[in-house]
Design a protein around this ligand. Structure first.
Ligand code: NAD
Length: 508
């Protein structure tokens, strides 16, 4: 890797189109593979936030942006996409340093972000407005207009991809965007600002405000000039934001947590199922909203299948994020590893038997990093705390089931509703079960596959609204109905009785 720490963004934040030193509290970005310092960034102060909001409001209302034709906006999004695509290695390096993720994964996330901007360039250029069916001699249009200023609040687990998923459709729709990244991962958002600035984003239309949720997050949610909050993060934070947004009657979209079930039927292809389950829970070290963290295996298959799964899990390579062999990299932060360790202790107290993992790796080379071994726990009840709550780490609970009705009930007996995996060769059964599961996304004989064209979001405590797809741009717009009279005739209701018809000259 030829990139060095010099490539990390400097201690500047991007406010109203200008780079400045933040006036807020210091934010430490550390490399969780060895706890070394990446950068200390002065975060955004309240005043930085207010300046960004003011600049965004002006830039969004500027006729140069407001009246820009969709194909011209598409050109800007395309330039941003090319800017990202031309900086994949640099973005991957910064994001791996910021989050501890493997370079293999951060490269893929950077490519996905470039694809997201490219996709919304084409959505922007090809979105039609509807001419609806009239009930009189007029034309009726259903039109879409930008909301104004959209605040994008994102988590640390896949920052460049979740940032792009919010920024691209909001800009395509003609809004201004203020991005507040998570405190553990401010750097890649600043790199994105550099790329967007170089691509020619109009001054003020985009700002990056690193800072805590309690200061900058609350400012954005409460401010009267913010017209929508697009949030991805934990359910507790999402609920808090929705409560405050209700006071302003402001639309929010909430992409929240999950405790997703994977269901293995006895007629599955076991090799396919084992590979998919390992990827579904242990890639990204389990720090994924859609992680398949509850595994239900049909009882007839259970003993042999779980033995094979445990054996395969022990062979996963836990290692440095920059090694091409690594499958399981460190967690994002030592504090987060502590939380995962506490969850495993809870599982043990609840009667769980740790079949593998349940500890930090022994390898002395990994001692300084926030590593945790992939962990499988058996013997827990589906209604235990461990199986109810999101752990957001490499921890899988396995449980047996007897039949289809029982497993659908178990899978649905959870407050979350984000994703589900079904492993079966019987496509009619997978279809039935897939339809019966309460989840925003269901995968059959695969897991964690995405397309930017396909809507994504959760039910229940996993959130409100959908991102991605053509409707992702519409979610950043308000609808307007416009009736255009074509007859030139006054409305008959307003006609004076004919015997009192006014003189055309005097009106009396
Ligand atoms: P978090 O809720 O702690 O923080 C997310 C963002 O919200 C951060 O930028 C944070 O600073 C900000 N925030 C915190 N308090 C706030 C407040 N009062 N007002 C406004 N903003 C505030 O989540 P996290 O720990 O960063 O991320 C992990 C969570 O994100 C997990 O629960 C995971 O499931 C979820 N997630 C969901 C999806 C999805 O698409 N459904 C995707 C990725 C992550």
């Amino acid at each position: 890797m030829s990139l060095s720490l010099d490539q990390l963004p400097p201690d500047r934040i991007f406010v109203g189109g200008q780079w400045r030193r933040g006036g807020g509290a210091e934010i430490e970005s550390r490399f969780s593979a060895d706890n070394s310092m990446n950068r200390i960034i002065k975060g955004a102060s309240n005043q930085d936030g207010l300046d960004a909001i003011e600049a965004a409001k002006l830039a969004q209302a500027d006729p140069a942006w407001r009246n820009m034709k969709p194909h011209e906006r598409a050109g800007l999004l395309d330039a941003i996409s090319r800017g990202i695509a031309g900086n994949i290695e640099r973005i991957a390096f910064i994001q791996s340093r910021d989050t501890g993720k493997t370079l293999t994964e951060t490269r893929a996330l950077a490519q996905s972000a470039a694809g997201t901007f490219r996709y919304y360039a084409s959505v922007c250029e090809t979105a039609d407005e509807a001419l609806t069916v009239p009930r009189g001699d007029y034309l009726t249009f259903s039109l879409h207009e930008p909301l104004g200023v959209v605040a994008a609040i994102t988590p640390w687990n896949s920052p460049i991809a979740s940032d792009a998923q919010k920024i691209a459709p909001a800009l395509a729709a003609g809004n201004a965007v203020l991005l507040k990244p998570a405190s553990w991962s401010p750097l890649v958002a600043l790199e994105l600002a550099r790329i967007m600035d170089e691509a020619g984003i109009p001054k003020g239309l985009f700002s990056v405000l690193p800072g805590s949720g309690g200061t900058i997050g609350n400012l954005l949610v409460d401010h009267p000039d913010i017209d929508k909050v697009s949030f991805t993060g934990g359910t507790a934070t999402g609920r808090h934001i929705a409560g405050r947004a209700a006071q302003k009657l402001m639309p929010v979209s909430l992409e929240l947590g999950g405790k997703s079930p994977s269901i293995v039927f006895e007629d599955c292809d076991p090799d396919l199922a084992i590979a998919g389950i390992l990827f579904g829970i242990f890639s990204s070290s389990g720090q994924s909203c859609i992680a398949g963290s509850r595994l239900f295996v049909q009882r007839s298959l259970y003993p042999g299948f779980v033995d094979r799964l445990v054996e395969a899990t022990r062979k996963l390579v836990v290692g440095h994020p920059f090694s091409a062999r690594t499958q399981v990299a460190p967690l994002v932060h030592p504090d987060h590893r502590r939380s995962v360790e506490e969850w495993v202790a809870t599982a043990r107290k609840e009667g769980g038997e740790v079949l593998t993992g349940g500890a930090r790796p022994d390898d002395p080379a990994l001692r300084e990093g926030a590593y945790y071994n992939p962990t499988i726990i058996a013997g827990l009840a589906n209604d235990s705390e461990t199986c109810r709550q999101e752990i957001f780490g490499p921890v899988l609970a396995v449980m047996p089931f007897d039949d289809e009705d029982e497993v659908v009930a178990l899978a649905n007996d959870n407050a979350y509703g984000l994703a589900c995996g079904i492993w079966s060769r019987d496509f009619q059964k997978s279809w039935r079960v897939g339809r019966a599961i309460r989840a925003g996304t269901v995968w059959v004989n695969t897991y964690k596959q995405f397309s930017i064209s396909t809507p994504f979001g959760g039910d229940g405590e996993s959130g409100i609204g959908r991102e991605k797809g053509r409707d992702g741009m519409r979610a950043c717009m308000r609808q307007k109905s416009l009736y255009q009279d074509m007859s030139g005739a006054p409305h008959p209701w307003a006609r004076w009785p004919t015997d009192q018809e006014p003189s055309p000259d005097t009106g009396k």
